[in-house]
Design a protein around this ligand. Structure first.
Ligand SMILES: [Fe+2]
Ligand SMILES: [Fe+2]
Length: 125
């Protein structure tokens, strides 16, 4: 589980950059480089990170007490919602649909930030 705190920092830094770009951009060309990077990091870091949490960290934490067990179920559900939203984001990216890219992009960045904050505060990761 050594990887997880490092992943969180990588993800938070990336979110900050992507959000700035999303609020400043008017065209697909302006959005494309940061979005492409976000998609790559999602596939290479974020998706494996979710999987590692669900198979390692979460079951360990859930065994501590009932409250943590419930928190873990909520966190898994958030992974599913974010993964689903990410698929919509990819579709919008392929279609170069700028307004949809911006709205899904901002939603997904917000969700990721809140999710990581919960893990850091409540699971100490
Ligand atoms: Fe997570
Ligand atoms: Fe995490």
């Amino acid at each position: 589980m050594e990887l997880i705190p490092k992943d969180h920092n990588t993800i938070l830094e990336l979110i900050g950059r992507v959000e700035n770009q999303l609020v400043q951009s008017q065209t697909f060309t302006e959005l494309e480089p940061d979005l492409q990077k976000f998609i790559t990091v999602w596939q290479e870091v974020i998706a494996p990170h979710f999987e590692a949490e669900e198979t390692g960290l979460y079951p360990d934490a859930a065994s501590e007490d009932g409250d943590t067990g419930r928190l873990v179920l909520a966190l898994i559900e958030e992974h599913q919602i974010m993964t689903h939203t990410f698929r919509h984001l990819i579709k919008a990216f392929e279609q170069k649909d700028v307004p949809i890219i911006i709205s899904y992009g901002i939603v997904i960045c917000d969700m990721l930030r809140e999710h990581i904050k919960k893990e850091q505060e409540k699971l100490g990761r």
